[in-house]
Design a protein around this ligand. Structure first.
Ligand code: PBG
Length: 328
């Protein structure tokens, strides 16, 4: 008889639900979830986003309501994207004091600004008629340094409207430094910058471009966002530059296809690291579940646990409110 073997029985720690719960090495908490939200100018009813079932382009009213629900569920923060009525080549609406983002941020801060963190995405693609994240040279390339001035103006305008964290997502070189200097000069030294330091040119942004109405009219974003197969040190270099320029925390985006990068960043820096579970990651699970091909709720939790385990201190996810409710 070999009754004494095996000696090691890892299954002992998995046998019952209470023991699995007690032994868990990865936990999710509502406070580390951030809900991305869309607000659209000039609509009377919230407008469903076809490729993101359950996600809406909000009116200012429905935005407030959804923000309250997130706050009640204990979600840690919101990040706001605006869809303006009029777009032009320089994205003028981005720093319009009466722009949709500015108005909606003021609404959110007065409604839920003490319960959670109200953040704004700072970029130009939602505001430009060509859909690129910056202003263009006559040759049609994104002009890095001219764009920095636009980002600085947009960030200051968002801070003035009450935004509690500025999150630049355009991947221009020097954007964090330019925004930090402008915020400081205008008296917003206390407003943190959560930088999208590591952002890949990803097919997984597809549904977002419907949500934010910001698909580029020509070309793509490959000359400013990172290449999935790019240099292996690139992510850490981007992070280091952003921290040198004054970033307070950083984002890795997308999440699931870049868990290795997330882990690298987490192991390298001493600031909080967020991961963005992007629109395509959301859409894939929702679509497969709608077909009955996967268990939706389990797939959502498994994906979030994976992102957390890979090192995310915070997770931006369109399921934030739902998952926060499930966690209590
Ligand atoms: C750019 C921006 C994008 C996303 C967040 N900020 C789109 C892009 O780079 O094309 C994508 C988010 C998502 O897919 O959920 N302002």
């Amino acid at each position: 008889m070999t009754a004494r073997f095996p000696v090691a029985r890892p299954r002992r720690l998995r046998r019952t639900a209470p023991i699995r719960r007690m032994m868990a090495g990865t936990r999710l908490h509502p406070a580390e979830l951030v809900l991305p939200m869309f607000v659209k100018e000039g609509i009377d009813e919230p407008s469903p986003i076809g490729s993101m079932p359950g996600v809406f382009q909000h009116t200012r009213d429905s935005l407030r309501k959804a923000a309250c629900e997130a706050a009640e569920a204990g979600v840690g923060g919101l990040i706001l994207f605006g869809v303006p009525e009029t777009k032009d080549a320089r994205g003028s609406a981005a720093d319009d004091p009466d722009g949709i983002v500015q108005r909606a941020v003021a609404d959110l801060v007065s409604e839920v600004g003490d319960a959670l963190v109200v953040m704004t995405d700072t970029c130009l693609d939602e505001f430009t008629d060509h859909g690129h994240c910056g202003v263009l040279t006559p040759a049609g390339e994104v002009d890095n340094d001219a764009t920095l001035e636009r980002y600085a103006a947009a960030a200051v305008s968002q801070a003035r409207a009450g935004s509690q964290v500025i999150a630049p997502s355009g991947m221009m070189d020097g954007q964090v430094g330019a925004i930090r200097a402008a915020l400081d000069a205008e008296g917003f030294e206390q407003v943190p910058i959560l930088s999208y330091s590591v952002k890949y040119a990803s097919a997984f942004y597809g549904p977002f471009r419907e949500a934010a109405e910001c698909a580029p009219r020509f070309g793509d974003r490959n000359a400013y966002q990172q290449d999935a197969a790019g240099p292996l040190g690139e992510a850490l270099r981007e992070v280091r530059l952003d921290l040198d320029e004054g970033a307070d925390a950083v984002i890795v985006k997308p999440a699931l296809a870049y868990l290795d990068i997330l882990r690298q960043v987490r192991d390298t820096v001493d600031v909080p690291v967020a991961a963005y579970q992007v629109s395509g990651e959301y859409a894939m699970i929702e679509a497969a579940a709608a077909n009955g091909w996967i268990d939706r709720d389990r797939a959502i939790m498994e994906s979030l646990v994976a992102i957390r385990r890979a090192g995310a201190d915070m997770i931006l996810t369109y399921w934030a409110t739902e998952v926060a409710r499930r966690l209590v």
